[in-house]
Design a protein around this ligand. Sequence first.
Ligand code: SPV
Ligand code: MG
Length: 290
Amino acid sequence: MSASITLRNRIAERGLIHVMAAHSPLSAILVEEAGFDGIWASGFELSALHGLPDMSFVSMSQHLDMLRAMAGRVSIPIVADIDTGYGNALNVTHAVREYERAGASAVVIEDKTFPKVTSLVAGGRQELVRTEEFQGKLEAAIATRGDPDFLVIARTEALIAGLGEEEALARAAAYEAAGADMILIHSKRKTPDEIESFARTWKGAVPLVIVPTSYPEMNEKRVRALNTIAMVIYGNHGLRAAVTAMRDTFRRIIADGGALNASRDIVSVEEIFRLQNMEAAKDSEKRFLR
Ligand code: SPV
Ligand code: MG
């Protein structure tokens, strides 16, 4: 069974799935072990991993290589964040072909201009392409996918750009008409009200996706009550947790003049061996090295 059909089946069976961002095979393994339904191959996390802002600085091939490496180490579906599709509708066809081949089960394409500016930054320059142009990009993605179960998710940044709910709803309806399987509606409001209002007003047949980074009060109970949201993406919690933990450990080692105390509070080297699948490598050595 393809990972794409697994993703579609999980959404159909559970009504709501939880997808966590990862930026490396190791973080993807931790997402899978924690019990999430899928992995969000986040552009924001990968940009931050390179110490760069999420502004189309990281190339498609860098993101694709990381997604391929993640796909090689986990079995849960991967939702690829392909930003604006790396250009126009033709670039989208190339991207969809490559991401499907690399092991993605879905792509999320956003209706901003290329190069994009990250969504949540205060005062970010947010420009959207024309609705018709974005419909062409979606149609290009749909026409290109080899597996009909591969999901094409349209993301509108209308609320992020301050264009209001009416424009966001009109764009979402236009993207559904172009064939999108789901609509990602993004918001940078500090409270869930903007998203709750959109989700209550949405009358389309396709379900919604949200990324509640700036409004974390939006829990599963509130999401289920709306009846229109089928996927929640946790956009950057692994990366932020890693920064918190690394910063704390590094500071303690400097302050203590050694690693004795810090070593007691971090995972053992043996645990890293387990995550690396060292056991299998040792078995192969026994079997093949003569
Ligand atoms: C990402 O994780 O790259 C996203 C979500 O696209 S956000 O950073 O909120 O735009
Ligand atoms: Mg992104």
